[in-house]
Design a binder for this molecule. Structure first.
Ligand code: GDP
Ligand code: CA
Length: 351
């Protein structure tokens, strides 16, 4: 390694849009591939998954990022705390209190209690998140996409009115909270679409638009393109800021071959009418030069066959290993994303 290429490859300000597990794992690799203290990573986290449950405010994606980077995540589950117990959850179930399907751990509950108390005292979610991060020291600046409540809901056929004709001949639909669909039903009920309730009035949290505008590089980790990054992009002003940013924007495919690496992103893509493929996700984000939000796209090494079509969509593509099996493999993937960003930034045909 020479210091000259290091300077090229290690931009000062990196903005990352992140969901939960995929985003958090990627951030472990990104943090590891940068020399300590040289870069400032700002994470813009999805809060569309947030939910009030048993009187506490839960922010699953922010917490997954915070616990993962702070060393407190359950490695086995990928969410919640390590050495977790579920006594409170069992006691609530013994009272017959719903929802019984939500995995509320005892250690995790303390985070939600602190958050809820602080929100009730009038602090904004961004302030509360910063305060929680003082304990966890994630090594990144973690911002919620918005301080305003905007929760993802899933449109499903109304089980109570099955067989009835609805508006426009379509069967009547009902909206359930994303968490109910994802956790309780394991995304097995066909979804007709998503509605982020409250999104039109949500404002980007303080610092979000500035982080995008001032970034040297903007990255989309292999987070869910529909219900993680797709929701962040729906906050009024965020997609526009990304389109206008001077930094190159590079994304990484959460789909390898024709399947998500983990989770049920295929059900989310199907709900918005997209096939589960690395090419479809790239086309869905679209090239910035034609009104989309990315300039570059990484696909898994075995998916190199789609690169021609990715480039035809105006997006610069590379095929590299995208399996985040450990921090070293993830750091190599993060490096590949930064390399592609540097190449895009340095290319003469850049607008
Ligand atoms: P969630 O909020 O916990 O669902 O997490 P994210 O939205 O951040 O990320 C979920 C996505 O990460 C899923 O669609 C997975 O396919 C993807 N993912 C998980 N592990 C890997 C991996 O090792 N490599 C790649 N390329 N994608 C992954
Ligand atoms: Ca999530």
């Amino acid at each position: 390694m020479t210091s000259m290429t290091l300077a090229d490859l290690h931009p000062g300000r990196i903005a990352v849009l992140a969901g939960g597990i995929g985003g958090a794992r990627f951030l472990m690799g990104l943090r590891a591939c940068l020399p300590p203290g040289q870069a400032q990573i700002t994470v813009i986290g999805n809060t569309g998954d947030d939910i009030w449950v048993h009187g506490v405010r839960v922010c699953p994606d922010l917490d997954t990022v915070m616990y993962t980077l702070g060393g407190g995540i359950s490695a086995e589950r990928g969410w919640g705390r390590e050495t977790e117990t579920f006594v409170v959850k069992e006691e609530l179930a013994a009272y017959g209190v719903e929802p019984t399907w939500f995995g509320l751990g005892d250690r995790d509950l303390a985070t939600h209690l602190v958050r809820t108390q602080s929100l009730r005292a009038g602090f904004a979610l961004s302030e509360v998140t910063a305060a929680l991060c003082e304990r966890w020291q994630p090594g990144v600046r973690l911002l919620p996409m918005s301080d305003d409540r905007a929760e993802t809901h899933v449109l499903i056929s109304d089980p109570e009115r099955a067989g009835e004709p609805g508006a426009g001949g379509q069967p009547p639909t009902v909206a359930i909270h994303f968490q109910e669909w994802w956790i309780r039903h394991r995304a097995a009920i066909p979804a007709h679409g998503f509605r982020v309730i409250g999104i039109e009035d949500a404002r980007p949290a303080p610092g979000v638009l500035e982080a995008i505008a001032e970034a040297d590089v903007i990255l989309f980790p292999p987070s869910n393109p529909v219900v993680s990054i797709g929701v962040i992009l729906q906050v009024p002003g965020i997609a526009e800021a990304i389109r206008r940013a001077t930094a190159p924007v590079v994304g990484m495919s959460p789909i390898i071959g024709n399947a998500p690496v983990r989770g049920m992103a295929d059900a989310c893509l199907a709900a918005i009418g997209l096939p589960t493929s690395p090419l479809a996700v790239a086309q869905h984000y679209g090239a910035r030069e034609s009104g989309g939000v990315i300039d570059g796209w990484l696909v898994h090494a075995d998916d190199a066959g789609v690169l021609g079509a990715v480039e035809a969509a105006g997006i610069r593509g590379r095929a590299v290993p995208l399996l985040m099996t450990d921090v070293a493999a993830t750091a190599a993937m993060a490096r590949a994303a930064l390399d592609l960003a540097a190449e895009i930034a340095g290319s003469p045909d850049r607008r």
